[in-house]
Design a binder for this molecule. Sequence first.
Ligand code: F6R
Length: 262
Amino acid sequence: MNVIVVKDYQEMSQEGGQFLYNQIKENPNITLGLATGGTPIGVYQELIKRHKKNPLQLSDITTFNLDEYIGLSPVSPNSYHYYMKQHLFGPLRISSEQAYLPNGTATNPEEECNRYERLIKEKGGIDVQVLGVGSNGHIGFNEPTTPFCSRTQVVELVKSTIEANARYFDSIEEVPRRAISMGIQTIMEAREIILFANGESKAEAMYQLLANTKVTENWPVTILKKHPKVTVIIDEAASHKILNLLYNYNKEYEEGQYLYSR
Ligand code: F6R
């Protein structure tokens, strides 16, 4: 695992934007797994900036989003379809034929989950998966105690996630209680993963991932310790509980893992 500690949200976004830019440049047929939420907005802006300066070939990339709320139509301003159009697909002119999200208005959500899983397989799987993390350690909308073997499924959001996401809605009552989310196993099958975390609210989750040796379904993010190719980009606030560890292990850390700060 590569861990890059940066000063703040802006630096995290710049590192992340450059990382994604390089990935697409190296492989114009790349399949990206994408996240929503507050964390990757800056990363997407930095990618767009770089693309505007030195255009990438984007016509052959494919994207799959992690999740979508159940009950929100793609044109609802709080849907993740809308978010992606606004923050990435619109500015990069990525067409809806290349960009997949679960359909939150499917009449049979379980069937929609199976269709989404099949589609990911048909397209050859995900090359690079972008992740944020919940303060409770969720990845995608896989809340604590979700089985590690889970695949794309209908999930119930927990109270803390509903409260955290209420900031985007007019009132907390409007936040959907259910979503379709890629499962943990689906995420783990990505060939490479990049996780972003900023702010103090993510510090405990980062402690569980980077300092605690346990891999536990109570902290879904800890499964990433078992993935062969993960980069974690975190800011100082998100890493404040592990700074001592980062300084102590400034070079090699466990087998094949590196932690470094700059
Ligand atoms: C978003 C997603 C979630 C978020 C997480 C953090 O597609 O799957 O796991 O990454 O809830 O959200 P923010 O970035 O808003 O703190």
